[in-house]
Design a protein around this ligand. Structure first.
Ligand SMILES: *Cc1c(COP(=O)(O)O)cnc(C)c1O
Ligand code: SF4
Length: 345
């Protein structure tokens, strides 16, 4: 991918080691470090929200209580690189590379590792599986980052999927608009638009990631008719305040990116120092709903361990008292609301 300007990774590691001391090499030996010049340029000072997301931290190695794969994605993979948890949709792990390796990644066990989740043979096996299961209507390309593949490989995968009549929706999950916005080229957009209905979920976590460059990447995608969503991970010390989340979610909406999920951090080994309580998440959702455009309010979800799926949770604003409901408004007022009585009751 010559057209992509990466900062040289060795330079990048050198920069880090001059700035942090300690067992950083041990961290990067276990969990790879990678940066783009662009993303590193968003760092304003040590330990700011961008720094925390991309710079290795010795605490990654101290967290041995948790499991590398709590969602049991491997167990739910009928063929390598394909996760089939819900009846009608699957996730395809088409790349294990990312422009930046986020320190809180839920697929920390996979990203940046040597073996590709999906080579040529793996792709055929996955496509055969999808073709043999007519219940699958929605395929999510993930990884790693699917947009780290070159246009030709991406085109091959999308063409394969579009050849399967029961695949109605294709989605791509990518953080490239945030970490390597230059990858969103006009060529890439003309390729993607051939495969509609195609949705992209991107991954912004902090208002500092909203820049002219990332905004332009989103505009190119949106102008190609691609509905854009966003998945944010709730991260301690990065975005765990109402003020930051309001700014992030309303900022995204202005880029035509619709906030989709706010994720409670998965219980993934090596990420414990980023985890907030669920109460914090609920307070943030309460600080959004009614206070900012409803279009800017994501679903707050916990992806349950054991691969049991995502559950959306809401602040406790509804009390059901027989036929009456006591509802809490965004200003905190308690209002009674009478439900209708259906004939059979
Ligand atoms: C999140 C996820 C999906 C997609 O779920 P939606 O709620 O439809 O966005 C599908 N499969 C797996 C394994 C997932 O983790
Ligand atoms: S871009 Fe996504 S898959 Fe890649 S390291 Fe970050 S969170 Fe993980």
């Amino acid at each position: 991918m010559q057209y992509i300007k990466y900062s040289d990774i060795s330079t990048c590691n050198k920069t880090i080691s001059t700035q942090i001391t300690g067992n950083l090499n041990l961290v990067s030996a276990r969990y790879p470090v990678r940066m783009t010049e662009y993303y590193a340029g968003l760092i304003k000072h040590q330990d700011d929200p961008i720094w925390k997301q991309c710079m290795p931290d010795s605490r990654e190695l101290e967290d041995d209580s948790q499991c590398p794969d709590p969602l049991q994605e491997s167990a739910l993979s009928p063929v390598p690189g394909l996760i089939h948890r819900y009846p009608d949709r699957v996730v395809l792990l088409v790349s294990n590379r990312c422009a930046v390796y986020c320190r809180f990644c839920m697929r920390k066990r996979l990203v940046g590792s040597g073996d590709e989740p999906m080579g040529e043979g793996g792709l055929h096996a996955a496509l055969d599986y999808i073709a043999a299961h007519p219940a699958i209507h929605d395929v999510v390309l993930s990884g790693g980052d699917p947009l780290m593949l070159d246009d030709e490989s991406l085109s091959k995968i999308l063409t394969g999927l579009r050849a399967i009549p029961h695949v109605a929706i294709i989605r791509i999950g990518t953080r490239v608009p945030v970490t390597l916005p230059g990858r969103i080229t006009r060529d890439l957009c003309s390729l993607l638009r051939k495969f509609h209905p195609l949705f992209i979920n991107t991954h912004f976590n902090h208002p500092d990631e909203i820049t002219a460059e990332s905004g332009n990447a989103c505009a190119l995608l949106a102008d190609s008719g691609i509905p854009l969503g966003n998945q944010t991970v709730l991260l301690r010390g990065v975005n765990d305040s109402v003020e930051t989340m309001r700014k992030l979610m309303t900022g995204l909406l202005a880029l035509r990116v619709r906030p989709y999920y706010l994720h409670q951090m998965d219980l993934v080994q090596g990420t414990a120092h980023f985890r907030t309580s669920v109460r914090t998440g609920l307070e943030i959702v309460r600080g959004l709903r009614g206070h900012v455009s409803g279009l800017a309010v994501p679903h707050y979800v916990i992806d349950l361990p054991g691969g049991k799926g995502k559950v959306a949770i809401l602040p406790d604003d509804v009390k059901i008292l027989g036929n009456m409901m006591q509802l809490r408004t965004y200003t905190g007022e308690q209002v009674l609301y009478e439900d209708i009585t259906t004939p059979q009751e």
